[in-house]
Design a protein around this ligand. Structure first.
Ligand code: 5GP
Length: 117
């Protein structure tokens, strides 16, 4: 069982931002931006490139966009996926990072903040 399955099962506490039948979004425990939320499919795959159904990939990103805009009220934000340990992936349960909330700086200044070992 991945740590994110334990969060989905409420065996580990987290601050849940959004949940539906297929996805959950919760705050990252170690935020790398003023707003840092993880969007996690409930169907378990280890990494993004294991999802072969384009509709499923699309639904994941559509959900991340909805959470960023509607749940978090972000106008500008960054979506990031680390695919594999060499890219900085630590939790092997596919997820999209939503990063945002920078008030007064260009997002360009933040493109190296996560996932680069
Ligand atoms: P990755 O590097 O795999 O793309 O990102 C994994 C993320 O999961 C990291 O940003 C890390 O802070 C977060 N994380 C790891 N364990 C937990 C946990 O138990 N709870 C929460 N909310 N986030 C976690």
């Amino acid at each position: 069982m991945t740590i994110f399955e334990k969060i989905i099962a409420r065996e580990i506490p987290s601050t849940v931002i959004f949940e539906d039948a297929n996805f959950i979004a919760f705050e990252d425990i170690n935020p790398k931006a003023p707003v840092h939320v993880l969007v996690v499919p409930k169907r378990v795959t280890a990494r993004l490139d294991e999802i072969t159904d384009a509709l499923e990939v699309g639904a994941l990103f559509q959900t991340a966009i909805r959470v960023a805009r509607e749940s978090l009220g972000l106008q500008d934000y960054r979506l990031a996926v680390n695919v594999g340990a060499g890219a900085g992936q630590v939790v092997f349960h596919t997820h999209v990072h939503i990063l945002g909330g920078w008030a007064d700086r260009s997002a360009d200044a933040h493109h190296d903040e996560i996932g680069h070992p």
